[in-house]
Write a protein that binds this ligand. Structure first.
Ligand SMILES: Nc1ncnc2c1ncn2[C@@H]1O[C@H](COP(=O)(O)OP(=O)(O)O)[C@@H](O)[C@H]1O
Ligand SMILES: [Mg+2]
Length: 387
């Protein structure tokens, strides 16, 4: 770690405390320790710390303390530890802005992962960092998977190294949009071997569609989804980011700890919707969840799919309602899209003159322009941080 971090750790029992202190000491993190409950934290001088790791019983009253701390110290990264954090609790904690909920007893690799995320927050890194773009449907059938897979292919055609990761863990089929083979190993296989997970292992697990475009498919049966944990997904995306220029992630409509972890990692979130009320309503709900997760508005971009001019609802209405700009519109093209999906061939190669193909090529070019302008570079981020 470039900078010495000072952590406050607050555990219920001395032995849990000691186990954590040892792991942090190995990572050169100075600790202030206390045994007690979260409710006592207010007296510890949170403002002077870089990190708080606190055990919680998961009760409403402790969540209220977390909320207060998060509001009073917006810069303080908060990590909670709980013996048996349920899904509901995880979601609520994330919405309060908690960086991570660790399961007790502590696993050293899970703690190290949190530190890696913090390090990432603290400053620009010198290692290769591809762009991570997550496609989030506002509702099923928006076209998110079709666009994610086909845009990934279009970006690769412009010479970039692109990975498509299918996080529709139960019924994913992104790979079948661009290839007739799903012979690769799946997301579940890869994240279950975390200790082996590096660039080489990842590459060898993916379906290689073209020399610079590979897909990591979702598991072939829904029961395998349970083995996929948020920590594993974080690591997977980090390794992919280190080995590709673009990492396109397709997630399902429902938010859960796994997809939220992917959204956390994203440089951009593309919310895909169509111009009818049900899509807009759900997009509105998504936007408010993103707000409560602390995502800056600039991270979230809207794609209006199957767009036809002159409809009852216009782009300006959507922008007004959702409080975000429509970054891209994709025309409706039923026959060409259906042919592409049915044959498992990317639309830009199957029917390059179709208007959806032209839009995808244009989107790929605009993305590349955006990511190579200095405005988004590390230097300006550094100045923003200092300001
Ligand atoms: N621009 C479009 N024009 C016509 N049909 C489309 C378009 N985009 C998507 N579709 C159709 O909508 C279907 C559902 O899309 P899909 O990507 O599975 O949605 P999601 O992932 O949001 O649930 C696709 O199989 C495709 O047939
Ligand atoms: Mg989908």
């Amino acid at each position: 770690m470039e900078k010495i971090m000072k952590a406050t750790i607050l555990m219920h029992k001395a032995d849990t405390q000691e186990a954590l202190r040892k792991i942090l000491a190995d990572a050169d993190i100075e600790c202030e320790v206390a045994v007690g409950s979260l409710r006592q934290f207010a007296s510890l001088g949170a403002a002077t710390r870089d990190l708080l790791i606190a055990e919680t019983d998961g009760s409403r009253s402790e969540l209220a303390v977390v909320e207060r701390l998060a509001t009073q110290h917006p810069q303080l990264p908060i990590v909670l530890a709980a013996a048996d954090p349920g899904r509901e609790f995880l979601l609520e904690a994330m919405q309060l802005g908690v960086l991570q909920v660790l399961a007790l007893p502590f696993k050293p690799e899970a703690v190290r992962e949190v530190l890696a995320r913090l390090r990432q927050r603290l400053g620009p890194s010198s290692v290769h960092q591809g762009k991570v773009i997550v496609f989030q449907p506002s509702k099923g059938g928006s076209g998110a998977t079709f666009l994610a897979a086909n845009l990934a292919y279009a970006i690769a055609q412009q010479g970039k190294r692109v990975a498509l990761i299918d996080l529709n863990l139960q019924f994913g089929d992104a790979v079948l949009h661009v290839s007739d083979s799903n012979a690769g190993t799946s997301v579940a296989d890869v994240v279950q071997q975390l200790q082996r997970l590096d660039g080489e292992f990842l590459m060898s697990s993916m379906v290689r569609v073209t020399p610079n475009f590979s897909v990591l498919p979702s598991p072939d049966s829904p029961d395998k989804a349970v083995g996929v944990r948020p920590e594993g997904v974080f690591r997977l995306i980090e390794v992919a980011r280190g080995n590709f220029d673009y990492v396109i992630v397709d997630v399902e409509r429902t938010l859960d700890p796994v997809s939220i972890r992917a959204l956390d990692c994203a440089d951009s979130i593309m919310v895909v919707l169509q111009l009818t009320l049900p899509f807009i309503r759900d997009a509105k709900r998504l936007m408010s969840v993103f707000d409560s997760l602390g995502y800056p508005r600039g991270k979230v971009r809207l794609i209006v799919n199957r767009y036809q001019k002159g409809g009852e609802i216009g782009l300006a209405d959507v922008e007004g309602t959702l409080g975000a700009d429509v970054a891209y519109t994709v025309p409706n093209s039923f026959n060409a899209v259906a042919a592409s999906v049915n044959q498992g061939k990317p639309i830009v190669s199957l029917d390059p003159n179709d208007r959806v193909s032209k839009t995808l090529v244009e989107m790929a070019a605009r993305l590349e322009k955006r990511s190579s302008t200095p405005a988004g570079g590390w230097l300006s981020r550094l100045f923003k941080k200092a300001a």
